[in-house]
Design a protein around this ligand. Structure first.
Ligand code: AMP
Length: 383
């Protein structure tokens, strides 16, 4: 395949969710077609794409048919097998490479990788027996978080250990999966940075943003995070270092904690566009989705600058999806809906963005007021 990818080429996206949908919309603006591989009929991404292959991500014939239909392949879904992506990579360029997914799919590999790249994390230990858990707790101390090493997301596959009595029940809920114990970070703020890296090694990182979760699901992103200049720069440096160390082509997000002493430790890597980067669609000349498509297509990467500050609010589950008419009737709220027909509890149905002049991101009460009908009552803690 020739790179830069000529207009009208076809980008294959593994996964049919909203990240694929917004990537396909950015690709369309750059003159590309997208072809989606998904297990789901009528997926959010397929609704806006030129073609779709519906089938099993693990099925070689399905993967071959998909690869035949496209010029370059990317993924928006992390729980695809590395073996499946390896097969695709033998047929067409896969960007980022399956090796990046190998790092992010396993918390042990991920934490080892981060530490070897010089990035601090919470202290952690690998374990698989109750005796090893006790030994790990003796070293790391309590509180601590016990997690499955694979396939955890949105707080699933985790147990908080506060007191010695929590060890046995926590272990029992997650056993027999391989586990990791992490020291609990008493964080002042959760932040993330989305970084893009091109085929020529150029990197550019968006400003760090602050993320607030509700019921373990991202609720609000404030862009930029209210950090000192040094801390904000340090967060971007960490993301760039990770992108370089994994030889990224595309975008990835690094989720981090800022502890009460202002230290930054990395928690997770997501090797794809990230929910905490949705604000970039409306607040930046080139969004995380455009940078991702540009990177995998071998196009020049513009800097990840923003023209506005922003608040992004996820619309989760039936209750928040039901706010749609009021959101549409509120000037200043920029609406995004993902085309999902069924609003199950906890499902991300869409998001809204509100822009502010650069430097004018409001304080806590201002954020709630600015979101109007989209603000969730528990979203902002006024204390
Ligand atoms: P994760 O699946 O690792 O992204 O964890 C989901 C959420 O659990 C994070 O966004 C944090 O709010 C919380 N969490 C996870 N690990 C830790 C930790 N080591 N210390 C404190 N909070 C954590």
């Amino acid at each position: 395949m020739n790179f830069p990818l000529p207009p009208n080429s076809t980008i294959g996206i593994v996964g049919g969710g909203q990240l694929g949908r917004m990537s396909a919309m950015a690709a369309a603006r750059l003159g590309y077609r997208c072809h989606i591989l998904t297990q789901e009929e009528d997926s959010p991404a397929a609704q806006v794409a030129a073609g779709t292959t519906i089938g099993d991500y693990e099925h070689p014939a399905t993967l071959r048919a998909f690869a035949d239909a496209v010029d370059v392949i990317t993924f928006e879904f992390e729980n695809v097998s590395v073996e499946g992506l390896d097969l695709l990579a033998s047929l067409k360029p896969v960007r980022p490479s399956p090796a990046v997914l190998r790092v992010s799919q396993d918390r042990i590999v991920e934490k080892s990788f981060l530490n070897s790249a010089g990035v601090a994390t919470a202290p952690w230990r690998r374990l698989s027996t109750m005796a090893e858990l006790e030994a790990a707790v003796a070293e790391i101390g309590l509180p601590a978080v016990l997690k499955t090493t694979r396939l955890g997301y949105d707080g699933k596959g985790q147990a908080m250990l506060r007191r010695p009595e929590d060890l046995a029940p926590g272990f029992a809920t997650l056993y027999p999966k391989p586990l990791i114990l992490e020291g609990f970070v008493d964080f002042a703020m959760e932040i993330s940075v989305v970084v893009a890296r091109g085929t020529d090694g150029t990197t550019t990182a968006f400003d760090a943003v602050e993320n607030r979760h509700r019921h373990h699901i991202l609720d609000l992103t404030l862009a930029p995070a209210r950090l000192s200049e040094e801390a904000a720069e340090q967060a971007r440096v960490i993301a760039v270092r990770v992108a370089q160390a994994v030889d990224l082509v595309g975008v990835l997000a690094v989720e981090m904690f800022v502890d009460r002493a202002g230290r930054i430790v990395a928690n997770e890597i997501a090797p794809r566009p990230h929910n905490s980067g949705h604000w970039t669609i409306d607040a930046c000349p080139a969004s995380q989705f455009e940078l991702h498509i540009r990177a995998i297509a071998g196009l020049p990467l513009p800097p990840a600058t923003r023209h506005s500050d922003a608040v992004m609010k996820n619309l989760v589950g039936p209750e928040e999806a039901a706010l749609w008419p009021e959101i549409l009737a509120t000037p200043g709220l920029i609406p995004h809906l993902y085309g999902k027909t069924e609003a199950r509890p906890g499902r991300k149905m869409g998001h809204v963005t509100r822009l502010f002049p650069k430097g004018a991101l409001p304080g806590e009460f201002g954020v709630t007021a600015a979101l109007g009908p989209a603000a969730s009552r528990e979203a902002v803690d006024p204390t």
